[in-house]
Design a protein around this ligand. Sequence first.
Ligand code: NAP
Ligand code: GDD
Length: 392
Amino acid sequence: MLGNNTVYNDTKSDNLGGLIMSKRALITGVTGQDGSFLSEFLLEKGYEVHGIIRRSSVDYRERIAHLEGKPNFHLHFGDMGDSMSLVKVVGAVRPDEVYNLAAQSHVQVSFDSPEFTADVDATGVLRVLEAVRACGLEKTCRIYQASTSELYGKVEEVPQNENTPFHPYSPYAVAKLYGFWIVKEYREAYNMFCCSGILFNHESERRGETFVTRKITLAAARIAQGHQDCLYLGNLDSLRDWGYAKDYVECMWLILQNDKPEDFVIATGVQHSVREFTTLAFKHVGIELRFEGNGVDEKGICIAVSGSAPQSLVGKTLVAVSEDFYRPTDVVNLWGDPTKAKAKLGWNPNKTSFEELVKIMVEHDMAKVASEGAAAKVRTNLAEYLEKGIVK
Ligand code: NAP
Ligand code: GDD
């Protein structure tokens, strides 16, 4: 039990006096970007939603704070590194559907913490599958595994679909590849309904602040409001297929409602570079950028301003490249083909356009920076900038 509103009643059965209970979902990674949107989505569908959160000395549950206290929303302590905790929660909740979203999800961090990443992102998947089996739910419980376009890594085909060969290119991707294969193995060996969604990058106003899109939208807002001088980025040429996270969680659910367990690529089918994302985000805050130079010498210079952006920015370098944000091996050409998801699940990959996504994120961050005020001043000295927490 967590707090007043999160009591779990472990004597609950599926059918109380003829009353059919709503479907029960268990979400690992409930505090993350996708976990928070998926919780909202499933609650709206009438599910009883259970989420696993880690014990930590500081509570960080900002993304789900608005859901706590809702009668159908429950939280349980557990950790992807701790089998017993997973068995206990799965045994208590007895879910109809498990959404395994928990992960060390930052690719660059996986180079610094490869062993932790492997434990959570690879062995953690095995632990979830085994917990479901240990609780005798392998015939009734459907499992969604949060797989990733990073599996395509050093891409061998463009665009990428369900048949494109994998070539993982980071410790994160290698760990996720194990997750993908162990899910497939359990499907074939034990006839379990478990599937992987191979999701391409999906972003939102709830995206972690060190992923490139959110780093850019926050910096654009800070620069436009005079709280930051310059944005440092790594590889500006990198290409991604960026969608809106809120649209993607629907697909996770659709994958589990399919009549048979299958893996699906989830993407928009549209590709943009980091430079394009940056240009558009700055445009939304009233700053027109021109990029000059190449590689580490490339700079984004302000050539005009509009709206409330200060005139004093004109002529200044607002975006610069730092090798600190280069990766030992970088995935540079992700572009998904969502044909199968469109045809078999009826999912619409273009519900939110790239332009709308950037706008949603920038508008959110303009309001956030305005409300936080000058406390959020980020200086341009790179060492201080890194120290400030706007890190890899
Ligand atoms: P996220 O915001 O980084 O959330 C990750 C979640 O995992 C957080 O709730 C985190 O909890 C939890 N977690 C990490 N380590 C854990 C552990 N040892 N035990 C229990 N929970 C743990 O990630 P996201 O963007 O929502 O992505 C969700 C999933 O989809 C991840 O598996 C990610 O790898 C995968 N994915 C994401 C994308 C994308 O573009 N977003 C694309 C493809 C695949 P704390 O709050 O305690 O840190
Ligand atoms: N984070 C970051 N910071 N990335 C930068 C920067 C920077 O300053 N500058 C350039 N990039 C480039 C990275 O090198 C990468 O090629 C691209 O921007 C996207 O980086 P991220 O936003 O960190 O995302 P990612 O693609 O590495 O990983 C995300 O998407 C995967 C799906 O493809 C994560 O959400 C993963 O969990 C997910 O599996």
